[in-house]
Design a protein around this ligand. Structure first.
Ligand code: FES
Ligand code: FES
Length: 160
């Protein structure tokens, strides 16, 4: 059975007919070809598929496409300003928080949410905040460092 949905993804409007059993992950990757949204466990455990749904991070593998009618969705591409990388992305690169990169788009979306919603935080807050995003490469030390560096950018007004 097909269900009509309208969404705004990274600022662009889409009208689609989706299978009732399709997930948000399916339509982002397979139909809209947004390949930064990674398919990992498909069980809500790894966070590789994290996107912002109406501004909040969700595992897109756990959300049915039919549920997102009328919603606004942001993937890591939505943080770009033209060809310009977001300061948070640059902080990940500069602080060596990316190795294989499989977890990275999801981690960045969670970090973006945390930075925009926590006025201040401790390292422990950050560790808890990103606990739903598994990274098997970095050991998290550099990810925490990158998020803290990004906070300095945000506090200095270098942010969007
Ligand atoms: S693929 Fe969605 S949480 Fe792992
Ligand atoms: S950088 Fe490889 S899983 Fe995180």
């Amino acid at each position: 059975m097909k269900v009509p949905i309208k969404t705004k993804v990274n600022g662009k409007l889409y009208e689609q007919e989706v299978e009732a059993r399709s997930t948000l992950l399916d339509i982002l990757r397979d139909e809209l070809k947004i390949k930064s949204v990674h398919r990992g466990c498909e069980d809500g455990e790894c966070g590789a598929c994290t996107v912002l749904l109406n501004g909040k991070p969700v595992c897109s593998c756990l959300v049915l496409a039919a549920q997102v009618d009328g919603a606004e969705i942001t993937t890591v591409e939505g943080l770009l300003k033209g060809d310009e990388l977001h300061p948070l992305m640059l902080a990940f690169i500069e602080n060596h928080a990316v190795q294989c990169g499989y977890c990275t788009p999801g981690v960045i979306m969670t970090a973006y949410y945390l930075l925009n919603n926590l006025a201040d935080f401790t390292d422990e807050d950050l560790r808890r905040g990103i606990e739903g995003n598994l990274c098997r490469c970095t050991g998290y030390i550099h990810i925490i460092k990158a998020i803290k560096a990004a906070k300095k950018c945000k506090d200095s007004g270098n942010w969007w």
